[in-house]
Every structure is written in C-alpha cells, then in structure tokens.
Design a protein around this ligand. Sequence first.
Ligand code: MG
Length: 110
Amino acid sequence: MEQSMRDMQKISKDWIEKKGFKCSLYADFCHLVEEVGELGEALVVKHGEREAGDGKKGFADHYDIAEELGDVLFSTIVIANKCNVDLDMIFRKTIKRYDKKIEKREIGNH
Ligand SMILES: [Mg+2]
C-alpha cells in the first residue's frame, strides 16, 4: 500500500493520540537527534568501522539502516505535526530550492 507523506502524518498523529504520548517539542527534538545518531552508528557499521552486536564491548547495537531511517522519519513527522508543517508541500519546495542552488552552483558535485 502506497502512502503519501500526508497519510504518514495522519497515521502518526492518530497513533500518538491513541497511545497517549505527551512530550514537549524539545523532547521530540532530542529524540530526533538520538535517532540521527543511531543512523550514524548503523552507517559506521555498514562502512566497516564497527561490528554489529549488542552494544557491549564496542559492538554497535544500531546497525539496521532502514530501521534507523524509519525512526528518523517518524521523529521528523512528529515534529512536523506539532509545528503544523505539511511535509508533502515542504518536500516539493525543498526540491525546487535545491534545483535553484544547483543552478547557482551552491551545491552539487564540484
Ligand atoms: Mg532508532
């Protein structure tokens, strides 16, 4: 089943209401940062600099990149919902903004 970002925002909002989670926007932000860190750990494992394991003795306990991307996505959606940001709309705007930056050679492979 294909879902738009708007669907994902609605599902996340409903799920959080159903579960009764209440935390501050700052706590949501901290959770996003934590998940970005876990994504980084998974990427380090993929790059071969750490081994996957149980988090003990230097083994990484976050090594599933897809799972960590899902966590980052969910955390981002939670913040977007609280800030009334339509992620479908902002994603399209972001791509247009990046197109302009590439045209001006502000970003890209150079
Ligand atoms: Mg995670």
